[in-house]
Design a protein around this ligand. Structure first.
Ligand SMILES: Cc1ncc(C[n+]2csc(CCOP(=O)(O)OP(=O)(O)O)c2C)c(N)n1
Ligand SMILES: [Mg+2]
Length: 335
């Protein structure tokens, strides 16, 4: 089995500009979601991935149309990074009839089968075996579609993680498991409850996989590692497990002030915010600041437009109440 190395060919300038575009799109979108939540316009709860954008952006750029992705309740970024349009995602969060799932799912359940975005899952670990399912389906059909499954560090202590990894390895499934290690579970530091320092990478060997870690705040590094793992899966060389080290800027969900995190730790990670660092890197490598400013403006305009569109949209009609209960769209009781 070939090892995955961050040092492989770096992305070209076009890819890097796309990565920057994706980063700022995800950042401005989630900042807006937070504002709308505080104004009581986003119902239920929200889990933001502010600070973790480089992972969704890097994988989004490395995937092809037709590849499958599965995410957690912290899945806004992963859904956007697959090319699902912003307005229906925002409308979904705001419970509008024009939402991605007609406003019936909300923030934690974003799904777009049309884009092969096969769901966001609120039950920890639930989607890892499902990712084996989409990967197995591709293998069975002889297609070269790859599945990427995102989850958190805490998920590595759930049984489904180990079952899915073993199954994927034994069947050589075309799936890439991506652990976004942000150092915390709901409120508990992962290090306090885990027998090994690297919750995903240190367990890879148990399933015959290489221990791969990557700086999850570095879009170039994530993209390179993603491209390599996705390529291996596409060539029939089996699954990978990648641990991307990152940090979320805010609390676990809603208005959690995350006071359980040491101030010095938060400060150190805020200084490693992937977006300003990437911007500086691109400028140092010769990209004009005006080009990046234009991308920033584009992202802000896109968020403003999506906000206006979602705000103007009506709530779901009562006719939708009993729609989509079964896969064929109906809701008739059956035994
Ligand atoms: C089976 C299960 N147990 C507990 C919970 C409650 N819960 C929601 S999020 C979370 C923490 C998950 O941490 P991690 O996997 O690190 O993801 P992160 O939120 O940091 O992205 C927990 C325990 C749940 N949703 N499902
Ligand atoms: Mg976590």
């Amino acid at each position: 089995m070939s090892a995955i190395k961050e040092s492989l060919v770096p992305p070209d300038e076009g890819t890097r500009l796309n990565l920057y575009r994706s980063l700022v799109e995800l950042r401005y979108f989630e900042k807006r979601v937070y504002d709308l939540f505080l104004k009581n316009l986003v119902g239920g709860t929200t889990h933001l991935s502010l600070g973790q954008e480089a992972i969704a952006a890097g994988f989004g750029a490395a995937l092809r149309e037709g590849d499958y992705t599965l995410a957690t309740y912290r899945g806004h970024a992963h859904t956007l990074a697959r090319g699902v349009p912003m307005a229906p995602i925002l409308a979904e969060l705001m419970g509008r009839g024009t939402g991605l799932m007609s406003g019936k799912g909300g923030s934690m359940h974003l799904t777009s089968v049309e884009h092969h975005v096969m769901g966001s899952y609120a039950i920890i670990g639930a989607h890892l075996p499902i990712a084996c399912g989409t990967a197995w389906s591709a293998q069975y059909r002889g297609s070269d579609q790859v599945t990427v499954c995102f989850f958190g560090d805490g998920t590595t202590n759930i049984g489904a993680f180990h079952e899915a990894l073993n199954f994927a390895a034994v069947w050589k499934l075309p799936v890439v498991f991506v652990c976004e290690n942000n150092l915390y579970m709901e409120y508990t530091p992962i290090g306090d409850v885990t027998a090994v320092p690297r919750p995903a990478a240190d367990r890879a060997g148990a399933y015959g996989l290489d221990p791969v870690t990557v700086d999850g705040n570095d879009p170039d590094a994530v993209y390179v590692v993603a491209r390599e793992a996705v390529g291996r899966a596409r060539r029939g060389e089996g699954p990978s497990l990648i641990e991307a080290l990152t940090y979320r800027h805010g609390g676990h969900s809603r208005a959690d002030p995350a006071k359980y995190r040491p101030e010095e730790e938060v400060k150190a990670w805020l200084a490693r915010d992937p977006i300003p660092i990437y911007r500086q890197r691109l400028i140092a490598d010769g990209v004009a600041a005006s080009v990046l400013d234009e991308i920033d403006r584009w992202a802000l305009d896109a968020v403003d437009e999506a906000t206006e569109e979602a705000k103007a949209a009506p709530p779901p009609g009562a006719d939708l109440l009993l729609k989509d209960v079964w896969a064929d769209g109906s809701a008739t009781w059956r035994n």
